[in-house]
Design a protein around this ligand. Structure first.
Ligand SMILES: *[C@@H]1O[C@H](CO)[C@@H](O)[C@H](O)[C@H]1NC(C)=O
Ligand SMILES: *[C@@H]1O[C@H](CO)[C@@H](O)[C@H](O)[C@H]1NC(C)=O
Length: 400
């Protein structure tokens, strides 16, 4: 069995064959340092409900850029304010390499929750922090982020609540759902005005709702860059499964159905999926990852705590509160609850089976109770989990 420091995250080149990896990694680890810390962090962040931006002295604050010129293209946040991004320019050898990170933070699916978000940083650039720390894969610190610290790193703020994929205006609510336009306008701006058009390599990343967005937009980004540029994508905590909840329903499917309808997401979903499945199904990565042509890397905890809390055992599906303790703390789960979580992990492994056959894809499904691991120093490089002496899994992303 792997030790605490060595458990969890592996390194593997894009071209590695994956079944062996899955066997090695999908080990049910209950006591692993990285898992405990990551899960604690996530409970602080609460899937976007509450947030801790734990700062360390080394974290450099990166100022916001409000993209006023996007407004004339109809690319606006939910309340009509311009979209925004944060850019920390590259240096030295990294000056023609780019990380484009799509911010995450849940979605909204009805009048009440969407109105609420329109008055928050998730729906209005008026409410966004004027500067944010770049950590983990976004860090400019060579010791925290050895492989990407010198790259141009840009975080596109999330203010559409539809994983950058909607395009609608709700007359009744007077709310804009313009994620797809925001995506297009900011990327075009980075290409035309910030030098990304001459990039040699670009990595599209994102975690949670941003991880889903990275999957949805991976081939779209490829199409916008010169043929000579290397384009890859990394989805962190974005593998949201169409799973059966503890009440036997499909909570997340029902929720996604609302999002997709409210935001008119359908035309922006990959047609390799929509040509044979309904739009809601095509908002689930499991139904689109096999059709993506651009190399993509999936990083996800098999016991994704956001999915456990919000998709498997949301309050609405847990009327008598039987899952209340277990869903926040695995030590409080009884044998049958653990069995249920194990079943979820099995579904995740099944969902990536065909995907993992492609030599251009990569994946790391670890056994942590976590959600988003690439932007926290502790899960990215601080604890430096590794397997068989392979370096950080970051190395994968820079190998040919
Ligand atoms: C990037 O760095 C190279 C050499 O390291 C230099 O020749 C080039 O001008 C730089 N490009 C930019 C956009 O700074
Ligand atoms: C586990 O907990 C659930 C929910 O409280 C309960 O329905 C079930 O009977 C328990 N199972 C065992 C084996 O204790």
């Amino acid at each position: 069995m792997m030790t605490m420091e060595r458990s969890g995250i592996t390194t593997r080149p894009w071209s590695w064959r994956t079944p062996l990896l899955l066997l090695l990694l999908l080990v049910f680890l209950f006591v692993a340092g990285c898992c405990v810390r990551a899960a604690e962090d996530e409970q602080m962040r609460g899937g976007g409900r509450r947030r801790s931006r734990r700062r360390r002295a080394a974290d450099v604050m990166v100022p916001i850029t409000i993209l006023n010129s996007a407004v004339e293209k109809g690319a606006v946040c939910m309340d009509g304010t311009p979209p925004a991004y944060h850019l920390d320019p590259g240096s030295g050898g990294g000056n023609r390499s780019w990380i484009v990170n799509l911010e995450g933070g849940g979605w909204c699916n009805n009048a009440r929750t969407c109105r609420f978000r329109a008055g928050s940083r998730h729906g209005s650039s008026d409410h966004m922090e004027r500067s944010i720390p770049f950590t983990g894969i976004m860090s400019s610190s060579p010791s925290d982020n050895p492989d990407f610290h010198s790259w141009n790193r840009v975080k596109i703020r999330y203010c559409d609540s539809g994983s950058f994929a909607g395009d609608a205006f709700d007359e009744q609510l007077k709310l804009q759902f313009r994620g797809q336009r925001i995506w297009g306008a900011v990327i075009q701006h980075l290409l035309d005005d910030a030098g990304m058009a001459s990039a040699e390599q670009v990595l599209l990343t994102g975690c949670s709702a941003g991880g889903l967005a990275a999957i949805l937009h991976c081939d779209q980004l490829r199409a916008l860059l010169p043929h000579a540029a290397t384009v890859k994508c990394l989805s962190d905590g974005g593998l949201f499964l169409d799973a059966v909840d503890v009440a036997g329903g499909r909570s997340l499917r029902s929720y996604y159905g609302d999002v997709v309808a409210m935001q008119a997401v359908a035309p922006n979903l990959p047609n390799t999926c929509t040509d044979h499945l309904d739009a809601t199904s095509c908002f689930f990565p499991q139904n689109i990852i096999d059709g993506i042509k651009t190399p993509i890397f999936l990083l996800n905890a098999a016991y994704d705590v956001w999915q456990i809390e919000q998709s498997l055992a949301p309050n609405a599906a847990d009327a008598n509160g039987a899952w209340k303790a277990c869903k926040f703390n695995r030590l409080a789960c009884n044998a049958s609850q653990l069995q249920f979580l194990q079943g979820f992990r099995d579904q995740m492994v099944a969902a990536v089976r065909v995907f993992s056959d492609s030599r251009s894809n990569g994946l790391f499904i670890n056994s942590c109770f976590a959600h988003c691991q690439s932007e926290l120093t502790v899960t990215w490089n601080g604890g430096s989990p590794a397997l068989q002496n392979k370096r950080r899994f970051a190395r994968i992303l820079t190998s040919p």
